[in-house]
Design a protein around this ligand. Structure first.
Ligand code: BV8
Length: 287
């Protein structure tokens, strides 16, 4: 795996005292979760994600948009964290005080063992009521919602197990809030909506205080999230990027590792700390 890495990349990480791992959809790609800019399929093929991920789209066609998010939620529930997520959790163990900042709305960092990733754009698993002030939606449990997902599928997949393949998905009427009767919406940040202030502030503070920031699997085009690596670079941190493709963030980086997260991140961790520690044993220097 060492051949994946230019000399010195692992040393930069090993010497780090505070690491921020900043992730985008690319880290979940090898778990089978489509990236944000992958072409949409099935019912949503005629849209791009940026059109559907808006309050206007939900207002215009709540069933189409809710169906898309429930299809994505079912895809994530069926997915498993990949070695990129696991290596990220290993870095948190090996460098105490490190922080994961994610643009993703899946829960794969948590399921890989990351303790408290900062979700800049919300979560597929935190639907909320559309009424203001926003409150968590009281509505049928996730299982009931998943039954809706299966019910919207052709019979062949409708009776799959809990993590049944959501197929091509379908239109699903959003539930109603059990507390106030308003529509339930996905608990994500749509285009044109402001990010949760506490999350953005915590992410910016972590970026300003770290000595290494790893950018993993993002196209780096959506703001204000894409500002996070810039904050770290301005504060003097070493920025390392993991992405098979070039991005607008390349110029910030001391090292651009052209490869996939599931291959490069484990190689980086193993080269920096050895396989035993990377696999989960505590680093001897870390009490
Ligand atoms: C805001 C949640 C203030 C939803 C997301 C006009 C009106 C209003 C705002 C704007 C406007 N024009 C511009 C803006 C600002 C706008 C913006 O930045 N637009 C962009 C498109 C220019 N931002 C906003 O609207 C933000 N809010 O500004 O509020 C405001 C308010 C009102 C008016 C003005 C301003 C809110 C943005 C949040 C949107 N929500 N997600 C959902 O998921 O459905 S964004 C979504 O796209 C993701 O969460 C992510 O953050 C973003 C980018 O996606 P990536 O994660 O980077 O994924 P992508 O597919 O793009 O790239 C994948 C990468 O992985 C690629 O580079 C690929 O090479 C790589 N890869 C692939 N495989 C692998 C890999 N890497 C490693 N390993 C692999 N195996």
């Amino acid at each position: 795996m060492e051949s994946l890495l230019p000399p010195g990349a692992a040393a930069l990480l090993r010497q780090a005292r505070r690491v921020v791992v900043f992730t985008g959809a690319g880290i979940s790609a090898e778990s089978g979760v489509p990236t944000f800019r992958d072409d949409l399929t099935g019912l949503w093929a005629r849209f791009d994600a940026e059109q559907l991920a808006t309050p206007e789209a939900f207002h215009a066609d709540p069933e189409l948009v809710w169906g898309w998010y429930e299809w994505r939620r079912a895809r994530v529930r069926r997915a498993r964290p990949n070695p990129g997520h696991l290596a990220t959790a290993a870095i948190e163990r090996l460098v105490p005080g490190s922080v994961v900042v994610t643009q993703n709305v899946d829960d794969l960092h948590e399921r890989a063992g990351s303790t408290a990733p900062i979700h800049l754009h919300g979560s597929l698993f935190a639907p909320r009521c559309v009424a203001e002030p926003a409150h968590p939606a009281a509505f049928p449990d996730a299982e009931a919602v998943s039954r809706d997902v299966r019910a919207a599928q052709p019979a062949a997949v409708a009776d799959g197990d809990e993590a049944a393949d959501p197929g091509e998905g379908g239109r699903i009427p959003p539930p109603r809030c059990g507390r106030c009767g308003a529509l339930v919406r996905p608990g994500v940040v749509w285009f044109g909506e402001t990010l949760p202030e506490a999350a953005l502030t915590a992410a910016a503070e972590a970026a300003a205080a770290c000595d290494v920031l790893l950018i993993v699997g993002t196209s780096g085009v959506v703001y204000p999230a894409a500002e996070i690596p810039r904050i770290a670079a301005r504060a003097g941190a070493t920025v390392i990027q993991v992405n098979p493709e070039p991005t607008p963030l390349d110029g910030l980086c001391a090292v651009n590792l052209r490869g996939s997260a599931a291959r490069v991140l484990p190689a980086l961790v193993e080269s920096a700390w050895g396989s035993a520690e990377a696999a989960g044993a505590p680093h001897p220097a870390v009490s």
